[in-house]
Design a protein around this ligand. Sequence first.
Ligand code: M6R
Length: 608
Amino acid sequence: MCGIIGYIGKDQALPVLINGLRRMEYRGYDSAGVAVINDGTTAVTKRSGKIANLATALDTRPLTGHTGIGHTRWATHGAPTELNAHPHQAGHVTIVHNGIIENYVALKATLTAAGATFASDTDTEVLARLIESETKTHKSLEAAVLAALLQVEGTFGLVVLDDRHPDTVVAARRGSPLLLGLTPEATYIASDATAIIGYTDRVVYLDDDEIAVCRPGSYAVIDFEAKAKEHEEVEIKLELAAIEKSGYDHFLLKEIMEQPRTIADTLRGRLDLENGTSHLGGLNLPPDYYQTISRFLTVACGTAYYSGLLGKLFIERMTGLPVDVEVASEFRYRNPVVVTNTLGMVVSQSGETADTLASLREMKRRGISTLGLVNVVGSSVAREVDGGVYLHAGPEISVASTKAYTSQVLAQILVGLQIGRARSLSITEGKAIVQALQDLPAQVQSVLDQRDKIKAIAKKLAHLNSAMYLGRDTLFPVALEGALKLKECAYVHAEAYPAGELKHGPIALVDDNLLVVFLHPKTALYDKSQSSLEQIRARGGQLMIVGTEGDQSLTDFTDNVIYIPEANPYTLPLLANIPLQLFAYYVACERGTDVDQPRNLAKSVTVE
Ligand code: M6R
C-alpha cells in the first residue's frame, strides 16, 4: 500500500527519496511523486505508473535541495492518475499522506465555501488545503498541522513541508505507521523501515496521535494536546541483503527458496527436545494462566488467516482447547461471543493490516489477553499486544506471502506446544513434535531441490484458466493457501475444497479444462481420499498430485506428481505447501504476470 519517505539533512534529498521509494515498491502502488524545497519554493514531480517513470522525468529535470518528501500511492480516492498522485500542494504547504480522511467531503465543502479550489479527486489535497488555511492563524507549522488534524476523522501517516520553513519537516501519525531514522546530520521519515536501511539503524517509532517536528539531526515529539513526549530510540537489525534479490529473478522465488533458513530462524533458541516443549520468552503470561484458558481466538486476514486455520487444528490437538479462527474484517464488525479466559491471537506478517489491528483493539476492549504472531519488528500489532512471538522470517518483499506463512504456522505450533505441555500434551508427543520441527529445514530443502521438476509441470499446466485445490484435514487449509497463491501470482481462478466435499457440488466443474491440485500424501485419511482421485480421473480433470516419496501408485493417475518426504503430522502440511508455492511462482512466470507486485494488490493493507 502507500509508502512515505522524507528527508531533512545535509545531503541532497532527491537520491534518498528515490532510493526509499524504490525500496517500498514491493508494497504495491500505482503512482509516485516527490517534492523538494529549494530557495523558498517547493518543486513537485509526480507520475502515474512505476517509479521508473518518475525517475526518468527527474533525470531530465532533477530537483535539488536538502529537504524533501516522496510517496508511492495506491489509489483509494480517485483514479491512479498523475493529478491524484502525491505530494499534494496548497499554497506554500506540500504533503504526502497514507490513510483515509473519512470526513473529507464535509471539510472540502467548508473550504470550498471559503474560496478554496481543488485540482484532484483526493482526500489528501483537502488535508493539504486545511493545513494551509491553519497556517494563517498559527505561527509554527506544527501548530497549524495540529489544528488541522484536530478537525480530521480517519487515519493518517502524514508528512508536511512548508516553503517558509525549509529547516523543518512535520510528521504525524494516527493508524498508519511512521518512524523516524536518526543520524547526527539528518532525520529520515518513513512509513516502512526498509526505506532507510543503510542510512541508519537508529529509529523512533511514532505512536498514534503524535506529531514529530524534524530538523537535520534532531527531532521533537508532541501529542495532540501539544505536550512534549519522550521516545525511546531503538536499533533496527535489518541488512540491505535482506531486501535485495540476491541473484534471483524475483523476490518471490528468493523468499520461497530461503525457507530452510527462515524456519531455523523462527525456531532458533525456542525448542527444548529434552522436555518436549518450546520456550517463548515474550508471551508475558503467568504459567498458572495456562490452566485457566478456556479457548483461543485467532484473527487475521488472507494468508495469515489460512495459517490460523491450520494452527487451529494443531493447537486444538496439543492443548485440548477449542480454537476459533476469524477473518479480521468480519470479526471487527460483529458481536462475537468472547467467553471469559479466551486467549486472543493476532497473526500478521506486517503487523499493520488495518482490519487485524482493529480486531486486536476490539479484543483488548473486551478485556482478553492478546498475543501477536508478527514478522515486522516494532509494527503496530507488535507494540499493542500483551505478548507475542516474533516470526524472525526477515523482510518479506514479494506481495504474495510465502516464508511468513510458514513461520506463522510454526509460531502457532510453538505456542500450542508450550501451552499444551503445561496442560495435557504428553512428553512423548511433545518430543516427537520438537524432533519433527528440528528436521523440517532439511526436509523443506529436499522439496525445494525439486524446483526444476515443478517448473516443468507448471509449464505444462499454465494454460489452464481454472483450478481446484483439494485436501483433507490439515491439508485443507494448505489447499486454501495454495489456491490463493495461484490467484494472486498467476491471476488464475482457483478455489479450494476439503476433498470429501467434491461429490457435494464442485465435481460438476471437473473436465479436461480444470486443473485439479490434489494433496495426497500418506496420512490417516489417505484411503478416504483415494476415491475422490478416481472420480477426478474418470472425468478427465488435469491432475497435479502432491504425494509421499515412494508412493508409485500416484503415477497411475498422472505424470504430474511431486513427492514430499514422510513427515510428522505437524510438519507434513508445511512440506506439502512448498510445491504449491513453487507451482504458483512458475505458472505466474509462464503467464507473464507481475510476480512480485501482482496487479491491484498491496503488501500491507493499511486501509479498510
Ligand atoms: O501483513 P498481514 O499478514 O496482516 O497481511 C494479511 C494479508 O493481507 C496477506 O496475507 C495477503 O493475503 C497476502 N497477499 C497473501 O499472499
